[in-house]
Design a protein around this ligand. Structure first.
Ligand code: SAM
Length: 408
């Protein structure tokens, strides 16, 4: 049922985006949607009694008009002035993506634990009054060649991120955290030297929004594609990239809510053997006496190994593969830059308790929301592209209380 509804919804959307002009009259809309969604001629013409008066109406056309109205309320479709039954797209962002009006926001879908909003994060969070414990997000990168969902330029980046995050930071609980995954691979035009935008960004987040840097975590991605091609493979002046930075920031380092006991890892066999034999037998010092090992050290059993700040997660995983397949099956574009579930899950467990609120202003494929849902945290996520919200919904169909506003 869910798949059929989403198919019909995306067929309505595609019927408009397939037109070069983005303009379509209703008769052509019904025809195109019926063909794309595989609705038979008989079903497309079927009539049934509707409303109090029981008037006989075409059920299929009514449903298509319902989706048309949903798109209208999201500011994605508008009526062409003076033309009866003719509508057009307002903000096609690319061939496959439609962006909501910056000032409009509508519920996308929800579960018992969370809400996904189709809207621009700055306008949604500006109206929010709820204590946020953690933000895990990956804003658009300032790439020279924009991804399909677009991005601010490098020159606009710092001001843009501060503007987007300001209302989010205002709702952060004391000691709450923000984890920002940004790119290290932005180069000075025509040069193998990296942009210093990251440094400017961290300073601005401190100076303008009062955020303190807890760490620059390294997300090591062993499955990252080789690059930067021009500088590593052609000019040979750079090395291939294997990591992305994740800034971990807080508004109050003295009350920060992190707890590494929530993310302890299994001890290595070597460490277990050390405990077994009663700890270290050596009495040595290193680094001019700064670090000393005495006999008996590491003899006490502990709950687990404290993770290091290099987090190694490949970006392929079964959950993300399932999301991509489900989105494609429904005729929706799969997001091209999802973060690994394991990265989002690690940060959520390290930085929050169950029941606390986790948000992602730039939800994309809704990885952070998915991880929060699975870990029993409440969540709120915003995304400005309609198709990504529809695709993200496919992750939650089994979640308690799932309601899909865009396929109701
Ligand atoms: C790098 S992607 C996020 C990927 C995400 N972490 C995931 O795992 O799928 C950034 C997303 O931010 C969205 N976006 C850009 N500007 C936005 C805004 N003002 N409000 C909400 N979403 C926005 C883009 O459409 C894009 O999907």
């Amino acid at each position: 049922m869910e798949a059929t509804q989403l198919n019909l919804f995306s067929s309505v959307l595609h019927a408009y985006s397939a037109q070069t002009s983005g303009v379509l009259d209703n008769a052509a809309l019904y025809r195109n949607v019926a063909v794309a969604a595989g609705v038979s001629e008989a079903d497309a013409a079927a009539r049934a009694p509707v409303g109090k008066d029981g008037d006989m109406r075409n059920v299929f056309e009514r449903k298509v008009r319902w989706y048309q109205q949903t798109l209208k309320s999201a500011g994605i479709l508008e009526h062409v002035a003076g033309e009866r039954g003719v509508w057009q797209l307002t903000r096609p962002a690319s061939k496959d993506l439609n962006q909501i009006e910056p000032t409009v926001s509508v519920l996308g879908f929800s579960t018992d634990l969370g809400i996904a909003i189709l809207g621009s994060c700055d306008s949604v969070f500006a109206k929010l009054d709820a204590p946020i414990t953690l933000v895990v997000t990956s804003p658009p990168y300032p790439l020279a060649r924009a991804r399909s969902y677009g991005n601010p330029t490098e020159a606009q980046y710092v001001d843009w991120i501060c503007k987007m995050l300001e209302p989010v930071v205002r709702n952060l609980v004391p000691g709450g955290s923000i984890c920002l995954n940004v790119s290290n691979d932005i180069f000075m035009p025509g040069s193998p030297a990296r942009s210093l935008y990251r440094e400017r960004l961290v300073l601005a987040l401190h100076d303008r929004l009062g955020l303190h840097k807890m760490d620059e975590l390294i997300w090591r991605n062993p499955s990252k594609a080789p690059g930067p091609i021009r500088y590593a493979s052609i000019d040979r002046t750079q090395l291939n990239v294997e990591y992305e930075p994740v800034y971990w920031l807080t508004n109050d380092p003295y009350q920060v809510r992190s707890n590494n006991r929530r993310v302890l890892q299994e001890h290595t066999q070597r460490h277990l053997d050390l405990i077994q034999q009663g700890g270290e037998q050596r009495d040595v010092s290193f680094s001019d006496g700064a670090y000393r090992i005495k006999p008996g050290r590491f003899a006490n059993p502990t709950e687990g190994r404290i993770p290091r700040n290099v987090l190694s997660f490949g970006h392929r995983c079964p959950t993300q593969t399932a999301y991509k397949r489900a989105a494609k099956e429904r005729g929706l574009p799969a997001h091209g830059a999802p973060m690994p579930m394991k990265l989002a899950s690690f940060l959520i467990e390290f930085l929050t308790e169950p029941g606390e609120l986790v948000v992602d202003p730039f939800a994309g494929s809704f990885t952070t929301a998915d991880a929060a849902e699975r870990l029993g945290r409440r969540w709120l996520a915003t995304e400005c592209m309609l198709e990504y919200v529809c695709g993200g919904a496919t992750r939650f169909v089994q979640a308690p209380g799932f309601y899909n506003r865009l396929a109701a």
